[in-house]
Design a protein around this ligand. Structure first.
Ligand SMILES: [Zn+2]
Length: 105
């Protein structure tokens, strides 16, 4: 979430700088809508979105991490895991036996 906000803010600022360069390069009536106020507001919007990204990043760091638990015994396990080590071994052994029992010879 915070990374998305960072990237969005940076892209807004880059697009604003490109618009500024285009406006300064091609001075004409067709680019009247790219006035200084619009560009300045775009820069402020990009900075605000980056600021929101910083706030989201800090909020993510301060939030307590959710712990994973084994689906069978409920012991705390590393994040992203489904089973604790003994139960994972048990599941793998069962799957291996099932595979051996159904294998054609
Ligand atoms: Zn377990």
């Amino acid at each position: 979430m915070s990374v998305t906000l960072f990237r969005t803010g940076i892209w807004i600022i880059i697009a604003t700088l490109v618009a500024y360069v285009v406006r300064e390069t091609y001075v004409g009536e067709t680019l009247e809508f790219l006035n200084a106020e619009l560009l300045w507001n775009s820069i402020l919007l990009g900075a605000a979105v980056i600021g929101l990204g910083v706030v989201a990043w800090i909020g993510g760091k301060l939030m307590p991490q959710r712990r994973s638990k084994c689906r069978i015994c409920g012991h705390v396990i590393p994040r992203g895991s489904v089973y604790c080590r003994p139960h994972l071994q048990e599941k793998l052994e069962r799957a291996r036996h099932a595979d051996l029992a159904t294998r054609r010879r």
